[in-house]
Every structure is written in structure tokens, then in C-alpha cells.
Design a protein around this ligand. Sequence first.
Ligand code: ZN
Length: 274
Amino acid sequence: MPELPEVETIKLSLEQEILGEVINRVKVLNPQIIKKPGKKDFACRLTGLCIESIERRGKYLLIRLSGGLVLLIHLRMTGRLFVTSPERELEKHTHLVLVLSEGRELRFKDVRRFGTIYLLEDYELKSVSGFAALGPEPLGGDFTLHLFARILSGRRCKLKQILLNQSLLAGIGNIYADEILFNAGLSPCREAGTLCEEEIARLYGSIRAVLREAIKLRGTSVNDYVDGRGRPGAYQNKLEVYRREGKPCRRCGGKIMRLKISGRSTYYCPQCQS
Ligand SMILES: [Zn+2]
């Protein structure tokens, strides 16, 4: 699933391609992915608008349009959003095509169909529950060590659960939660409230370092993820624990193990993480 580094990479790559373009035609091939408004309204309101800016918040992508409207997109498990020439064959599972002024197309493809798209006025963003409840951006200036210590303080749940909780911290999913905890040398099962000051600082540093490095390498392509130009990322070559069950730990040589936390596969090194 695309997480913060992947969505940030899609944002950066789309910025280079589609800023200033006008949406000339809207083809809704599968209305199921459009949550608001209805299919006809969606196409009608979107046609003729100009793409003014692109933002990311957590795992959401926001395409801001002329007239104060915004396309709010969540790629969920297998969603892909990319620019292509109209000559490229329309792939199976393409649900939406926006024909742009320069002739190219912005396509949304999603094999699993869990992705969601809203077309909203800016003030309506707070009515989308998952979006409105997002916690701080882990790479944002307001996410301080002090704030992170407050988030962890007194909590009985496991570190893995904390990192995955979008209302506590926005944008981290299963891949980076595991990589961050390995980087920090902390067990995914540790109760959040038991961390000492030094461990909190280490985890805070790992969150920022791992996410920054993953953005630099343009994300992790283990499943479907490609950027806004259809190119894969390179962070999969850096993964220390994620999907490495049974393989030797690159730090200590021990075996990487897998367990389930809240139904999610969790990879860790029992020797390096405590
Ligand atoms: Zn190890």
C-alpha cells in the first residue's frame, strides 16, 4: 500500500507533469470509486477546471483546482495515479481518465478497487472522517520530540499500533512502521508508555530518518506502487525487515521473524529489537 513516502513521490512527480493543465474531459469508467458527488455531477463539475497545486496529507493526495475545488484521493491497497499519453492502451482496472489540455491523460487504476476519490469544496474536507482525524505530519515542523513524547505517554498499546494509528501520526503504514522500529532497535510489541526518554528520542529520530530516506529513494515498490510517471521506487532494496521473514538480519546475522499485531504481519529481529 502506498504510504507517506510513496504518496509524496507521486505528488512530486505529478507536480512536474500536470500543474497548470486544464481538465478537458472526464471519463468515469467505474463510478464505485467516486465517493462524492454522483458520477454525472463529478464529471460535470470537474470539466474545464485548471490544476493549480498538489498537496499530500498523510496518505491522501489533494489536487487543488480552480474555483476552490479539490480532488481528494486515497490510493488504499493498489491504487495508481499516473500521467500517460493517450496512445497507451487502456489497462484493465482503469476506473477514471482525465483528459488534459495538452492531450495527455491522468489515469486512476486500481486492481483491488479500495481506492477513493472525492471532489469537494475546501470547507468540505473536514467532513471526510478519515481525513479530518489525521494526526500530525511526521516530517512537519510541528511534530516535535516534545509532542511525540506526549503522544506515547501513558499509552498501553504496542509501538506498532501507535505508528499505524493515523489519528496519532499521519502517513505511516505497515512497511515503514516495521522499518522504523528496526532502525530504532525497539520491539514492535513494546508498550508505548514504557519507553524511557532516550528511547523516545531514538524512535523520533528513526521516524524522520527512515521516511526521509524513503522519499529520497522515491518509495518502495514491492507490490503495485509506481510514481506519477509510472516509474518504480528503489527503497525495496533498503528494507531491513519488511517481508524478510527467515532471512538473516543484516546487523546481527540472526533470523528475521514475523508475528501478527492487530491482524497485520509484523517483521522484526528479536536480537536487535527489544
Ligand atoms: Zn538483528
